[in-house]
Design a protein around this ligand. Sequence first.
Ligand code: MN
Length: 474
Amino acid sequence: MGKYIATIGIECHVQLCTKTKLFSEVDNDARSKEPNSCVSPVDYALPGMLPRLNGEAVRLAILAGRAMNCEINACSRFDRKHYFYPDSPKGYQITQFYHQIIGAGYVELPSGTRIRIEHAHLEGDAGKLTHFGAYSLVDLNRVDTPLIEIVSMPDIHSAKEAHDYCKELWRLMCYAGVTYGDLYNGNMRFDVNTSLAPEGASELGTRTEVKNLNSFRSVERAVEYEIKRQTKVLEAGEKVIQQTLGWSDATGKTTPQRSKEVAADYRYMPEPDLPPLNLSSEYIEAESAKLPLMPKDYREKFGEIIAGDTLEILLDYPSLMEKLAEVALLGHGVAPLLANLFASVLLAEEKSAEYLNDLPSAEDLAALAEMNEKKELSSTATKEVFLRLFDPQMRERGTKQIAKELGLIQENDLGALEVIVDAVLAKPETAKAQEDFRAGSEKVLGFLVGQVMKESRGKANPSAVQEILRKKLS
Ligand code: MN
């Protein structure tokens, strides 16, 4: 039995963080709002109501497109996609079927592999149904929340690559500032198409589509599962059925939702209530120029000085990378030290979200790195002062003052250190160790350094102490 090659394409819906909806002026941020409280007559599709395009959604679509190295089409338009479902009062979705705003481009994965983007388009979301046994409730708050749907080419060939693509896409959208990126609340939802074909085959196999995944991990698991399941089907000499599947994190399985033996007829037609969208090249260029630094830019900037795995952890936090770049501008080659502090302290403590909303100033961070570099702070003390800088009240005092108040500044004055060393060497309890060291035992040096550190209440610079001890005991 030959080997099978998996081919995967992903469609991703990204919820844009505009103030208002795509075609009306009601609040687009329905988190913590009552059901059906963020709905306008336009969203209800009352007779005579006309949609009006939200310019901010168009602007964010341009940024999203540029973040994916895509062409932005000067001319695009909207179409009606018809289907009947209680979550969609209009009876159709307004989308861009024939002429989309975002053209071809690519997403580059951390590995360097490029996944091509076929196109991306603007569209309105549907409402939400919640089912309770015999009845269902409709919440229209989400109706016509602006989305961009990003369609990849089938360039992905493993579960891991599917995971990495989704994650990089999430980062790009967050860095571009077009979405809150809250995966838990469905701000980005992934539909994953998977097919298998024998190695060397010229045609792709029959694909299945797993709908509505909202975490990178479920994307990876669902693809893994589908590859295994389809391999079994093919090896048994049977045919993969083209169908839409759901995924359950709990069971770790995909289950059929509906067969796609007959293609759904959406009766697409141009939306008569919205004029074509014409963008001047000046406008596209001016908005594109506002795209901030992207993960790729940070990899180029810091790739040589920050360890790759640390950098990849930090890259999940755009505000943190911005801060690192700001501190690096102040010089001192401080990025590696701060990167390690951020990575070890923030992420280990799992307070990242709350910490990252309110980062210390670049000046305080640079001062901290400088004190560490001059050995005024030990690495433990550096970490301690770093943590205090996240306390807004402590922070006001500045790095130096905090270090001073906590008594953490290291004694580097050799004269002062010698006095302490002499005091320790005069103590009878160190006599034996001194004798042993002179007799050639290196390991007692640690004990003596420890005694000096204790005497200095932790403020002595240990390497300076070691040097003085060696001199005095030789
Ligand atoms: Mn869609």
